[in-house]
Design a protein around this ligand. Sequence first.
Ligand code: UDP
Length: 400
Amino acid sequence: MTTVSLDDYRAVAPKGTVEFLRCLAQRARGRTFLHVNSTRHGGGVAEILHRLLPIMTELGVDARWEVIKGDAAFYGVTKAFHNALQGQDQAITKEMLDVYAATNTANARDLSLEGDLVLIHDPQPAPLIEHRPGKGKWVWRCHIDLSNPQREAWRLLRKYVARYDAAVFSLPRFAKRLYIPQFLVYPSIDPLSEKNRDLCEGELNGTLERLGIPRDKPILLQVSRFDRFKDPIGVIDAYRLVKRHKDCRLILAGGGADDDPEGAAVLAEVREAAGTDPDIHILELPFSAHLEINALQRAATIVLQKSLREGFGLTVAEALWKGKPVVGGAAGGITVQVIYDVTGYTVNSVEGAAFRIRYLLNNPDLIAKMGEAGREYVRQEFLITRHLADYLTMLIVLTK
Ligand code: UDP
């Protein structure tokens, strides 16, 4: 892939965006902006950081990215913690908390945590705050759905979060009672990345052929890690209800993330639920399969993201950008991306999802109209250029 530079975004971002970013960058030049998360591959956070850092660097910011390391026990603990914070019943024991804190202490020794602004992404590295160097502002960036956490889990995490200089959430609804400033920043997609760039017919057809996906009937697609919060079984159930009336294919495409130990078990459940239906395609993709996901999203008739909890749901913005209506769970960030009856439908049940999928399949003109609206909405709100402006502003304001 050719390297992308800021000027290339003139063709896709709203008018004036590149000039605005250059003005902001003049005030942020030379400052160090360190990001810390828990995986370099898999999931939305890594996806964004891979794209954001090179442009920040081009703009003269000293942008760095560190990844904490842990063993299976640590990721078991942080996944349990993640589930509890998103509202699932989950016991968090003292031993688990010890593993959580000790792994972060070990990482604090190994990583270079200096920066004018240090953005700590998600709960996994949150305890690093105990080891902050004397200089620099520390901000906790939350990407998960904190609308309804297990109280005890939030109480435990809050002890760390309260020590930061500020917190950033993806939705106003996720903000918490804290005595530090809280910011709202929507995540974003990169329209020029391999995952989102335009594809020519040849690339599209070739990729689908390699994946073994015929285009003989409408395609329903969900792209996501095999995670229960993404409700892949609910997707299969909805497809089965639709299939009684309308012939279609279902593709569930996903892979794991380095920091998600539950993927294999969920994938096995999904395979079992799919049975021998030749029109259900379960595609296990490596994290590098950007072109494949791009092609699948473009080939889809309707994209589903039937999550029960969702921090933001980048897959929704990715689909809208490709002109696809989205039928998504009424959860977290899906609710700001899916404007009901305009860019898609939010649903609260398997039956609701099936109803809206059938409704759209029976109204192809509406599919096209919603697709157009979705792309424009993403252009205004959810492109990486807007995200960059938000982060540069934070850097300027917090590190004067
Ligand atoms: N993704 C991917 N391969 C997969 C599953 C997901 O590349 O097998 C990408 C997907 O296209 C999106 C991101 O990972 O860019 C997932 O972000 P999202 O916010 O939807 O969910 P998260 O995994 O962060 O909960």
